[in-house]
Design a protein around this ligand. Structure first.
Ligand code: EPU
Length: 424
């Protein structure tokens, strides 16, 4: 198993290029199920979650050419689609496997998907995905931990989400594009990844209005066509590297990114004292002096993203004053706190609130990653800390960050990946 070793307190200087967004790439891959023909995908991040999704598509009968993956290119053709099941092993490894549900129902009128169960950050049910499909005429049965869905051609419906759900909105958009009649999704997610999926579907021929707003209207059509897709830059990766400068100081140019997608994050980080200059597709970030604490509440887009909460917490641990984080999206997304405490942080958790009192400095320690964003948080903590930090279970990190240690090393961080025989 790999571990990361970090020697902290080295300033960053140079350039980091951002990869394609995992959470935009996964629904884009799912959309290839909607029709046969070659989809040429570029800027696809070379990540474990993408390989897992490709394996799932292959099991469904897709033909894939992933020889270009090291150059971030991929070709998929689902012309010979013949499977309709996402099995327990795959869904357990990656919850986003449920994104095949909507497109399978659209294309084949049947799907058998393992229910995901809970995960490290919360219970994460999929009841809104299922309720939406039922309203569109699907018959659902729960059998042996699997949901079995069937229908003739789905029909349009008016669907209200009790809670904003990203993959729920994406699944039902893909279910609706070829349904009979009009579907209206209310309280829909407005995340850039949802808009991106909508734009792919539009290019494929779908009729969609209201992307980027909380009401999305979709007029079903009979047939879609394959398209070329370029995955948008990863806003969470971008935010993570900006915060890396906050953690250990220096000046970075972050390239191939989309500053518009991070306005809430910039606003908090500027309040804390970071200098952030926005250009067309790049950002310059600079830290001078110490940071001031702020209060943060995670919210659906355009609010502060839950996927950057753990990383921001690291900055609060070494800022002046007291900062309160209110996590409103997931009920158990503070697993990183126990590890930060081992590095000398002063944090008190009460329910979904974490009260973080800035300390003079963190100290390096052996720590363990518990989920993807918690892993990134521990990397930032290692960069900020005095001395050496080793992070185990970094397979979580490899699910969502492309070559993180290489990108950071080139920018001056002291970070290496090592193999260990020890099992943590
Ligand atoms: N929820 C329900 N019922 C549902 C669906 C969601 O109660 O049917 C609840 C969830 O339990 C949660 C809230 O609604 O409390 C929001 O969850 P959402 O459905 O939006 O999350 P998701 O679609 O499963 C995506 C990202 C996550 C990101 C969240 C929130 C993908 C593949 N995953 O998850 O990304 O944290 O939206 O923005 O897009 C990550 O990349 O590390 C990650 C976890």
């Amino acid at each position: 198993m790999d571990i990361l070793k970090i020697e902290g307190k080295h300033h960053l200087k140079g350039k980091i290029a951002i990869s394609g967004a995992k959470n935009a790439a996964l629904p884009a891959l799912a959309a290839t199920i909607l029709c046969g023909g070659n989809f040429n995908i570029t800027n696809i991040p070379n990540l474990n979650d993408i390989s897992t999704f490709l394996q799932l598509l292959k099991e469904l009968g897709a033909e894939t050419d992933d020889t270009g993956m090291p150059q971030n290119n991929l070709v998929i053709n689902t012309g010979k689609l013949n499977g309709y099941e996402a099995n327990y092993e795959l869904v357990r490894t990656m919850r986003a496997s449920i994104l095949v549900l909507g497109p399978l129902m659209s294309r084949l009128g049947k799907a058998r998907i393992s229910l995901p169960g809970g995960c490290a950050i919360g219970a994460r049910p999929i009841n809104f995905h299922l309720k939406g499909l039922e309203l569109m005429g699907a018959k659902l049965h729960l059998k042996e931990g699997y949901v079995e869905a069937k229908s003739a051609r789905l029909k349009g419906a008016e669907i209200y989400f009790d809670t904003v759900t990203v993959t729920g909105t994406e699944n039902l958009m893909m279910a609706a594009v070829c349904a009979k009649g009009k579907t209206i999704l209310k309280n829909a997610a407005r995340e850039p990844e949802v808009v991106f999926l909508g734009e792919i579907l539009l290019q494929m021929g779908a009729k969609i209005k209201g992307l980027g707003t909380s009401t999305i209207e979709i007029e079903g059509i009979k047939e879609l066509k394959p398209v070329n897709i370029k995955i948008i830059p990863d806003r969470v990766e971008t935010g993570t590297y900006i915060m890396a400068v906050g953690a250990c100081g220096g000046e970075l140019i972050i390239e191939n990114t989309q500053p518009m997608h991070l306005q809430a994050v910039f606003s908090k980080l500027r309040e804390m004292g970071l200098t952030i200059e926005e250009h067309n597709n790049s950002i310059l970030v600079r830290k001078k002096g110490s940071l001031q604490s702020v209060d943060v509440k995670t919210m659906p887009y355009p609010g502060f993203p839950t996927d950057l909460q753990a990383q921001l917490m690291v900055l609060l641990t070494v800022s002046n004053g007291l900062g309160v984080i209110n996590e409103t999206i997931f009920e158990n997304r503070f697993m990183h706190v126990a590890e930060l405490l081992r590095m000398g942080a002063d944090i008190k958790v009460e329910g979904n609130r974490a009260v973080v009192k800035g300390v003079k400095e963190l100290t390096g320690a052996p720590v363990m990653a518990t989920d993807l964003r918690a892993s990134a948080c521990l990397v930032l903590a290692g960069l900020a800390a005095k001395g050496k930090t080793s992070i185990s279970r970094i397979y979580h990190l490899d699910r969502g960050y492309e070559q993180m240690e290489k990108k950071l090393s080139v920018a001056g961080a002291k970070i290496t990946r090592e193999k260990t025989r020890q099992h943590f």
